[in-house]
Design a protein around this ligand. Structure first.
Ligand SMILES: Nc1nc2c(ncn2[C@@H]2O[C@H](COP(=O)(O)OP(=O)(O)O)[C@@H](O)[C@H]2O)c(=O)[nH]1
Ligand SMILES: [Mg+2]
Length: 264
């Protein structure tokens, strides 16, 4: 991260064992970015993959990014868990806007524009999250059991932690830099439940949330272990509620003092 110019957009991609899914996604992202009038940086955050995820990112950065491109590609590493990886990328990113994306790009890459000005007004929101549930969203090919799991979890989320949001778990979320610097230093959940935590913190600090309906395509390959991860996510939900009640999220932490390892 040595380039001096501040990019307009940072794209953060958490990646675990993604040697197969990531390269096609990086090519799609690169094509999209080349068509934009602004600059960007892409940060892939990996941890302990047993395949060649890191090599795939390095090869892409070396071979596919051209010297005159308006974006750079970086590889970082984190502690285990999607939440831990996202935190590292969101704290390292320097963009005016910071956008979290799943490596499998289950949403068309061009939908990124829906989260940015001029589509969303520059000062109208602090956090814009993709939604597969609000009017205008379309879900393709999702098995009934995965949708049902998601709806049951959302019910728990709304009762226990963040009311009024229909889909906290979609992998695409955009933060202004100021919002990212408010939220991510306070993040402590390193697993799948981190989405709920960051929205909880955003709400607590009075940030403006926008829900953006997207076209979403279910991908059969998943890092989610349905039983194990569901139990863990419910546990994380209860931790968020308990930490919220203890006031742990109340006091902002300057981004430069944020620690990588979630202290749970
Ligand atoms: N770095 C990192 N990324 C992870 C981890 N678990 C999941 N991810 C990433 O999180 C994103 C969503 O995972 P995916 O398997 O597509 O989940 P699903 O779409 O909910 O079935 C992908 O980019 C994964 O590589 C992890 O432990 N560490
Ligand atoms: Mg996926």
């Amino acid at each position: 991260m040595t380039d001096s110019a501040i990019p307009f957009l940072t794209i953060v991609i958490p990646a675990y064992n993604e040697e197969r899914r990531l390269p096609p996604s990086l090519h799609k992202v690169a094509d999209y970015l080349r068509a934009q009038p602004w600059s960007a940086e892409v940060i892939v955050v990996e941890n302990g993959s047993t395949d060649r995820t890191s090599e795939a990112v390095e090869t892409f950065a070396h071979n596919a990014v051209r010297p005159d491109d308006n974006f750079t590609v970086h590889l970082m590493h984190s502690a285990p868990g999607k939440g831990a990886a996202v935190k590292v990328g969101m704290l390292a990113g320097r963009g005016d806007y910071l956008f979290i994306c799943d490596a499998d790009f289950s949403m068309p890459v061009t939908e990124i524009s829906k989260f940015l000005p001029p589509h969303l007004p520059a000062h109208g929101y602090d956090v814009a999250i993709a939604s597969r549930e609000i009017p205008g969203a379309v879900r393709y090919d999702e098995p009934f059991y995965r949708h049902l799991m998601g709806r049951v979890f959302n019910l728990l989320v709304r009762v226990l932690a963040v009311s009024g949001i229909q889909d906290t778990q979609c992998g695409f979320k955009c933060f202004t830099r100021a919002a990212a610097h408010t939220v991510f230093p306070l993040q402590r959940i390193d697993g799948w439940g981190f989405d709920v935590e960051v929205l909880y913190i955003a709400r607590l600090h009075g940030l403006n949330l926008a829900e953006v309906p997207i076209d979403w395509y279910y991908q059969t390959d998943s890092r989610v272990r349905p039983v194990h991860d569901t139990i863990n996510m419910v546990r994380e939900l209860l931790k968020i509620r308990s930490m919220g009640r203890q006031g742990i999220y109340d006091t902002p932490i300057p981004a430069e003092n944020a620690t990588e390892a979630p202290a749970l």
